[in-house]
Design a protein around this ligand. Structure first.
Ligand SMILES: Nc1nc2c(c(=O)[nH]1)N(C=O)[C@@H](CNc1ccc(C(=O)N[C@@H](CCC(=O)O)C(=O)O)cc1)CN2
Ligand SMILES: Nc1ncnc2c1ncn2[C@@H]1O[C@H](COP(=O)(O)OP(=O)(O)OP(=O)(O)O)[C@@H](O)[C@H]1O
Length: 190
């Protein structure tokens, strides 16, 4: 299937989930993420969820990392609407957060972090295929962002749904994920 078809289908699937399904998917994803040994990582980037779009809630993961790996820096972003770029900030205790036009909670300001410092990026998506190619909202924010990360930075997609067989129209600019975490299974792509 094409990205456009998958985007339409999976937006719909996601919008039809019940509160109970969303809670259970979130618990499954957290459980999968807590199986990883995160020690040795210094900077982990995460997205903050668009709750209205039923995106996976990363807050409990953030809380767990803060408790069990207090030396790891959590990094979050602001999105630039004009050029579809992202700017990254430390999620410090004193950082001011505000909701943007898409309902994404973003840092207002703070200590910036270069993409090359990131050891892990947790990537939001609508659906992914078995080769780790992703479909997002179609604006290319994450493709631009991941292109600036180090080649050894682990790109971990967080998906509510199991990967589809194949996305037919993968773009040369698309950056494949290394790992995909779903509520029941973790897929190691490379
Ligand atoms: N949590 C989260 N943060 C993220 C992303 C994401 O997918 N999830 N992005 C990933 O790239 C970037 C933001 N990308 C976005 C691109 C478009 C829309 C958007 O057009 N929203 C419309 C309607 C959505 C729809 O088409 O149904 C809106 O809210 O009006 C939202 C986010 C960066 N940060
Ligand atoms: N590194 C890049 N530099 C400039 N443009 C890019 C880059 N990567 C992707 N794009 C452009 O961004 C657009 C959207 O790409 P795509 O359909 O893959 O988005 P997506 O991955 O679904 O969305 P998102 O990353 O926002 O979640 C495409 O037109 C693509 O050419």
């Amino acid at each position: 299937m094409t990205k456009a078809e998958l985007r339409r289908n999976y937006k719909r699937k996601r919008s039809l989930l019940s509160e109970a399904q969303i809670s259970s998917f979130n618990a499954g994803i957290l459980n999968q993420l807590l199986q990883f040994d995160w020690s040795g990582n210094h900077y982990i980037h995460t997205f903050l969820p668009i709750v209205g779009q039923n995106e996976p809630d990363m807050w409990s993961f953030i809380t767990n990392i803060r408790v069990y790996y207090p030396d790891i820096h959590i990094v979050i972003s602001r999105s630039e609407l004009k050029d579809h770029a992202m700017k990254h900030f430390l999620l410090a205790d004193n950082v001011l957060l505000e909701e943007n036009v898409w309902g994404i909670v973003e840092p207002v300001d703070g200590e910036t972090v270069a993409e090359t410092l990131l050891d892990v990026v947790l990537v939001p998506l609508l659906i992914v295929d078995k080769a780790g190619n992703r479909v997002g909202y179609g604006k290319g924010f994450y493709d631009r962002f991941l292109a600036k990360c180090r080649p050894d930075c682990k790109k971990i997609g967080i998906s509510l749904f199991a990967p589809v067989e194949k996305i037919d129209d993968v773009d040369p600019l698309d950056i494949p994920l290394d790992i995909v975490v779903t509520p029941n299974l973790t897929y190691i792509i490379s």
